[in-house]
Design a protein. Structure first.
Length: 280
């Protein structure tokens, strides 16, 4: 069973402290999203050994940078560090986890079981997988919670994650490997499509700069149309395809038995397999 969320609402009414652990690209994207939704900076505490100038500047608005964790009690914790440093980073968070705290991890490959073992007993934990379009507020995140997460804690986690785009919830954590392969890695597949289309344009005789601009604008524009339109992708494809026309000729190649579908299935299967291997 899955559920979805498309609107985060405001965060002006956030009570308590929101602790962000790791303010790299994805952590910073969330931070910017929270502030844009009205979260007061004085509700924020950030653990980041190498903060950017923009994070440091938020101290003037009340943000607590690298606070004493032994004296910090958090209403919510978002863990955005690299998964390889998790064994060292998580134990230090123990004093900040209270009975009502929800812990949200966006670390790739770190399962709920790992997080539960590294955090205090009975911690309410949400594992989430965002993707890079979160940096422009157009990401999609898939989340799953452990049995300790209450409805109120799930709603809070949803509001925090939705600051960078849509949120989907699943009940089966084993699906996260396929999620990683589709939406987590998926932006790279789209960027490759733009690269490939550009190279094909050059091969057809277009100047390199023009080919790149055409490919880039076409992929971006088609993506925006897909985003705005309520119609399925198949319908949008059919709308562009005139019988016997140029698009139909190209699609006959891409939709052949050895065309894009089997290649994409192989790619997603390979990424899913690798995700399982990395998770141990």
């Amino acid at each position: 069973m899955t559920t979805s969320s498309k609107s985060s609402g405001r965060l002006d009414d956030f009570a308590g402290t929101l602790l962000l652990v790791g303010a790299g690209k994805m952590g910073s994207a969330l931070l910017e999203g929270w502030l844009a939704l009205g979260l007061p900076a004085d509700r924020l505490a950030v653990v980041e050994p190498q903060p950017t100038d923009s994070v440091v500047a938020l101290k003037k608005r009340g943000l607590r940078l690298n606070p004493d964790l032994d004296r910090t009690q958090a209403a919510a914790i978002v863990i955005a560090v690299k998964p390889q440093v998790a064994p060292q980073a998580l134990p230090a968070l123990a004093p900040t986890v209270g009975v009502d705290t929800v812990v949200v991890s966006i670390m790739a490959g770190r399962a709920l079981g790992f997080l539960a073992r590294a955090l205090p007993a009975d911690a309410a934990i949400v594992r989430a997988m965002p993707n890079t379009p979160a940096s422009i507020g157009r990401g999609i995140t898939v989340a799953v919670g452990n049995a300790k997460v209450s409805q109120a804690q799930r709603a809070l986690a949803d509001r925090l994650l939705a600051a960078t785009g849509a949120v989907e919830w699943i009940g089966d954590e084993t699906l996260m490997d396929a999620v990683t392969a589709v939406s987590g890695s998926g932006p790279a597949y789209v960027f490759l499509l733009a690269e490939s289309l550009s190279r094909a344009g050059i091969a057809a005789g277009l100047p390199p700069g023009l080919a790149e601009r055409l490919a880039r604008a076409t992929v971006a524009g088609a993506g925006e149309l897909l985003h705005r339109s309520p119609q399925p992708a198949a319908t949008l494809r059919q709308n562009v395809t005139s019988p016997g026309g140029t698009t139909a000729a190209a699609l006959a190649v891409l939709m052949a038995e050895n065309g894009l579908d089997p290649l994409m299935e192989q790619a997603v299967a390979a990424a899913t397999k690798r995700s399982r291997e990395l998770a141990g």
